[in-house]
Design a protein around this ligand. Sequence first.
Ligand code: ADP
Ligand code: ADP
Length: 233
Amino acid sequence: ELVIETQNLQKKYITDTVETTALAGVDLSIKRGEFVAIMGPSGCGKSTLLNILGMLDSPSSGVFKFLGQDISNATERQRAKLRKHNLGFVFQSFNLIDELTVEENIALPLAYLGVSKAETNKRVQEAMERMGIAHRRNHFPQQLSGGQQQRVAIARATVSNPALILADEPTGNLDSVHGREVMAMLAELNESGTTVVMVTHSPSDAEYAHRIVNLFDGQIVTENLNVKRHAAE
Ligand code: ADP
Ligand code: ADP
C-alpha cells in the first residue's frame, strides 16, 4: 500500500520577473511502513518537496496521491483536513509553543480534532511515556534541553497516530548524543508502523532510513537502499 505517490511533480516559484524551478519532475513512491531520507545540497528542492508532501504547499503540475487519493487539485480546506487527520510534523527548530507546558503542547493536535478530555489525557500520557518526558509534563519548553524539546515535538507529532511523519532536519539543532537519541525514537516509531519521511544533511541520520533519495536541481538523481536496515528485516 502506497502512502505517497508522485508522478512528474513540478514546482515553480515566480517572484517579480524571476522564475525558479524548485522541482523539475519528481517520481516518488513511498510504501506504508517505510522510512525514507531525502538528501541533497542546499537549494536542491528538499524543503519544497517536503512542503508539498505535507500539503502545506501545492505543486505547479504533476500528480500527487496520498493514501491512494489524488489530491493534486485539492482545495486548501481539503488539504487542511487531510493534514489534521493523517500527518505529523517535526521541525529542526522544534516549533513548540513557549507559553504552553509540555503536556499542553502535546495535547494540541487532539484539541484540533475534537477528542474528548479523558481520551486526550490518556493519549498524551502514553505519548509522553513513549518519549521519556512524562516527568517534565508541567515544564515549559524553555526549561528543557534541545533533545527534550525535540522529544516533546515528536510526542506532539504522533499523539494523533498519523499515517505519516514528516521530519525536516530533526537533529539540526542538536548535539550528536541528543541527535542519536531523537533518531532512535523516530526509528522506534517507524518500527511500530508509522511511515517516516525525513529531510537531512546528516549521513549518520540517514543510516536510520530504509531508503535514501538524493535530490539535485529539483530531480531525483539516485536512490539507495540502506542494506543494514533491509538486512535486519
Ligand atoms: P532545499 O530545501 O533543498 O534547500 P528549497 O526547496 O528550499 O531547497 O529551494 C529550492 C529552490 O527554490 C531554491 O532555488 C530556492 O531558492 C527556491 N525557493 C524555495 N522557496 C521559494 C519561495 N517561497 N519563493 C521563491 N523561491 C523559492
Ligand atoms: P533549508 O535549506 O534549511 O531547507 P532554506 O533556507 O532553503 O532552508 O529555506 C527556508 C524557508 O525559506 C523555506 O520554507 C523556503 O520555502 C523558503 N525559501 C527558500 N528560498 C527562498 C527564496 N529564494 N525566496 C523566498 N523564500 C525562500
